[in-house]
Design a protein around this ligand. Structure first.
Ligand code: ADP
Ligand code: MG
Length: 433
């Protein structure tokens, strides 16, 4: 199926061609005709499969330049909102269409001006609601509404904002809901606000032969050393190391730097400018190692990532799928490597069970034990994960001293440990295969 066959306008096809978008992806082939026909739609396909264009193309074609604000799109993060509007403006290069991008953390005033002129508003739910409450946003003429990464928005607690916004839209507007996964929590929105919705679903487009997934079983206090060992051993080009907490992102990056591995961080508390700058450096090859929290990296477009490391796992099984979707995109191959602590086995089993992914266990590695500097003991938990129980803090310095005497700390552990590890792994393998 081609864009011509999908009856996409020639102007749009030309703009797409300039972006290297020649053939529609599966989700685009499925969703575009349904959206054109006016149906309410739930679109499900994995990260990187071209969902933005799947809803963006048919929506842009319906825009009537004389009718003011017609479409509202919501996304969970500032980066995503920014990215969607960026893509849409490129697609609509040869069409008259004005797009406003609305997110928090910046001044309201310039946004009011943008909204006044816009045919499409793309934004995060919190700030959109703020504008709505202040009377800056009139949704009464809306013909279409999009929730991108709908699951994530619900999970991030935006449901009230979203529902409040939905109540201000006309009853007869078209509603589109997109995501890599659509959970049960979404049912409520579907029941309440969508009319006879249809589902467009595309099988995972990561080609199995291109994405290899591995895991290592590792003790919490040895994770950092194993990570450095693997980063040095693996022929990596561009790497994202995912951590589930901001404090871990900061500490891992800091320690990588002290091992001579130049990395930058990206997490939700960084300023918008800083985040965009980091992503830009990464995309332009000025930076090879990115340590990221999953939410911050959500949906961000990065090319040619050779390795994704899960330094730890999120409690949310979907997050694993989102993270590994950062690599093996567009025909390139990639590796996803997970460092698995004892306590992660439950959630990992759930991931494997739910998504039927094929993850190979890797044998134990011999690696040098490195010092991990945790500068800010924000929580007891963080402290314990890296250094063992807090009561050990004296023991730690003792141990370090004795290490310098016998050197045992930097040696691989004895066989007792290997036996213990292999038992864990075997149990696990049995559950899995
Ligand atoms: P998703 O929202 O599903 O995670 P995106 O919409 O962000 O994916 O698209 C990922 C990347 O793929 C973007 O850089 C986009 O420009 C590109 N892309 C989208 N559609 C196509 C296509 N049909 N052919 C080639 N590249 C595409
Ligand atoms: Mg997307």
């Amino acid at each position: 199926m081609s864009f011509q066959e999908l009856q996409v306008h020639q102007n749009m096809i030309n703009a797409l061609k300039e972006l290297g978008i020649i053939e529609p992806t599966l989700i685009q082939t499925k969703a575009i005709p349904l959206i054109k026909s006016g149906k309410d739609l739930i679109g499900i396909s994995k990260t990187g499969s071209g969902k933005t264009a799947a809803f963006g193309i048919p929506i842009l074609e319906k825009i009537n330049p004389g009718l003011g604000l017609q479409v509202l799109m919501m996304a969970p993060t500032r980066e995503l909102a920014y990215q969607i509007s960026g893509e849409l403006s490129k697609f609509s290069k040869y069409m008259p269409c004005r797009i406003a991008t609305i997110f928090g953390g910046v001044s309201l005033i310039p946004q009011i001006e943008q909204i006044k002129k816009a045919h499409i508003v793309v934004g995060t739910p919190g700030r959109l609601r703020d504008h709505l409450d202040r009377g800056n946003l009139n949704l009464s003429k809306l013909t279409c509404l999009v929730l991108d990464e709908a699951d994530k928005m619900v999970e991030m607690g935006f449901i009230e904002d979203i529902e409040d916004i939905l109540r201000h839209t006309p009853k007869q507007r078209q509603m589109l809901l997109f995501g890599a996964t659509i959970s049960r929590e979404i049912d409520h929105i579907k029941q309440r606000y969508m009319h006879d919705s249809v589902i467009a679903e595309a099988e995972a487009q990561v080609q199995k032969e291109l994405l290899q997934q591995f895991y290592y079983s590792v003790k919490p206090h040895e994770k950092f050393s194993l990570l450095v060992h693997l980063l040095k051993k693996e022929p990596t080009s561009r790497v994202i190391v995912f951590c589930s907490k901001r404090s871990t992102v900061e500490m891992v990056s800091k320690n990588l730097r002290s091992q001579g591995i130049k990395s930058e961080i990206i997490h939700g508390k960084l300023s918008q400018n800083k985040r965009l700058h980091v992503i830009d450096s990464f995309n332009h090859g000025k930076l090879d190692f990115l340590v990221a929290s999953a939410v911050a990296a959500r949906g961000i477009h990065v090319d040619d990532v050779s390795h994704v490391f899960n330094y730890d796992l999120s409690q949310d099984p979907q997050e694993y799928i989102h993270r590994i979707g950062r690599t093996a995109r567009a025909g390139s191959s990639g590796k996803a490597i997970t460092l698995l602590e004892q306590r992660d086995h439950g959630i990992f089993a759930e991931i494997l069970d739910r998504y039927k992914v094929d993850v190979q266990e890797m044998p134990q590695e011999n690696f040098q034990r490195l010092q991990f500097q945790a500068n800010n003991f924000r929580s007891r938990d963080t402290h314990q994960r890296f250094h063992g129980p807090r009561r050990n803090s004296y023991q730690r310095s003792d141990r370090r001293e004795s290490n310098s005497n016998d050197g045992s700390y930097s040696q691989p552990r004895s066989n007792g440990r290997s036996r213990e590890m292999s038992r864990t792994s075997r149990d696990y393998t049995q559950r899995r295969y």
